[in-house]
Design a protein around this ligand. Structure first.
Ligand SMILES: O=C(O)c1ccccc1NCC(=O)[C@H](O)[C@H](O)COP(=O)(O)O
Length: 259
C-alpha cells in the first residue's frame, strides 16, 4: 500500500535528518511562543463549517496538481479568504512539499498552520514545533497505539495540537480510545485512491459530540459542504479543489455560497 511505501521512505529520511541535526540540537531551536490551542480555537467556529485549506503541489494519486506553484501566493490568497486554518504539506518525494513552506506561509498569515506529513517519529514533532507549526497530522493507520500515545504526549508537551486521521471504523475505535480532541475522517481509500465523502457519513455517528470532526479529501462543491455540515462535521480539509482553481479567493466564495 502507498502508506507503507511513504512511511518506509520517511523512516530513512528521518534517520538522515537526525544525523544532520541531532535531536538535542533541534530542541535548542525551539522557541516557546506561549501560544496554545490556536488551531482548535480557529476551527471551532460555533456556527459555520470551518475550512482548513491545503498548500499541495502534487500527490501520489494525481501527480502534479499545480504547475505554477508558489506557497507564498497561496498563503496570501488563503489569508484573504474565509478559511480558518492552513494545512501545509511538507512531504518532499510524493507530494513535492517542503519543510521551509511552514515558516514561509507563517510569514504571510496569522492563521494557524497544520504540518501535513507522515509523522512516525518524535523527532518530526519537535521539528514541527521548531518550524512554527500550530498542529500536526497523525495517521492512525501508520502508528501502533503506543506510538500514537507517545507522539500525542510529545505534541502536547510542546503546545502543538493533533489532528488524528482515520479511514475506517477500526481506526476510529482506536482513535476514540485516545484523548484526541480533533478527529479527521479521511474520505480517501488508500488502496484505490478513490474518494467518497459518504465515508464521513458512515463513521461520524460513532464520534462523541465533545470531539471536533474534520472531513478530509475529495471535497469539491458547495453541495459537498452543505451535505457534510448536515452530517454535523465541524470542518473540512480541502486541497486539490483550491489548487486547481484559477482564483483561490473566488473558489472559497463559491464553496461558501457567497455571491
Ligand atoms: O492525496 C493523495 O493522493 C494521497 C495519497 C496517499 C495518502 C494521502 C494522500 N493525501 C493526503 C490528504 O489527506 C489530502 O491531501 C487532504 O485530505 C486534501 O485532500 P484533497 O482535497 O482531495 O486534495
Amino acid at each position: 500500500m502507498i502508506l507503507d511505501r511513504i512511511n518506509d521512505h520517511k523512516r530513512k529520511q528521518v534517520a538522515e535528518d537526525k544525523k544532520r541535526m541531532p535531536l538535542e540540537q533541534l530542541k535548542e531551536m525551539i522557541e516557546d511562543t506561549g501560544k496554545r490551542k490556536a488551531f482548535s480555537k480557529a476551527i471551532k467556529t460555533g456556527g459555520k463549517i470551518s475550512i482548513i485549506a491545503e498548500v499541495k503541489q502534487a500527490s501520489p494519486s494525481r501527480g502534479i496538481i499545480k504547475k505554477d506553484f508558489d506557497p507564498l501566493d497561496i498563503a496570501a490568497a488563503y489569508d484573504k479568504s474565509d478559511v480558518q486554518a492552513i494545512s501545509v504539506l511538507t512531504e518532499t518525494d510524493f507530494f513535492l512539499g517542503d519543510k521551509v513552506y511552514i515558516p514561509l506561509v507563517k510569514e504571510n498569515t496569522n492563521k494557524p498552520v497544520l504540518r501535513k506529513d507522515f509523522i512516525i517519529d518524535e523527532y518530526q514533532v519537535y521539528e514541527a514545533k521548531a518550524l512554527g507549526a500550530d498542529a500536526i497530522l497523525l495517521i492512525a493507520a501508520s502508528l501502533t497505539d503506543d506510538e500514537l500515545v507517545l507522539l500525542m504526549n510529545t505534541a502536547e508537551s510542546l503546545g502543538i495540537e493533533v489532528l488524528l486521521e482515520v479511514h475506517d471504523a477500526e481506526e476510529l475505535e482506536r482513535a476514540l480510545r485516545t484523548d484526541a480532541e480533533i478527529i479527521g475522517i479521511n474520505n480517501r481509500d488508500l488502496k484505490t485512491f478513490v474518494t467518497d465523502i459518504k465515508t464521513t457519513e458512515r463513521l461520524i455517528g460513532m464520534i462523541p459530540k465533545d470531539r471536533i470532526v474534520i472531513s478530509e479529501s475529495g471535497i469539491e462543491t458547495k453541495e459537498d459542504l452543505d451535505y457534510l455540515k448536515g452530517l454535523g462535521v465541524d470542518g473540512v480539509l480541502i486541497g486539490e479543489t483550491f489548487m486547481r482553481a484559477d482564483s483561490i479567493e473566488e473558489k472559497v466564495k463559491e464553496i461558501r455560497g457567497i455571491e
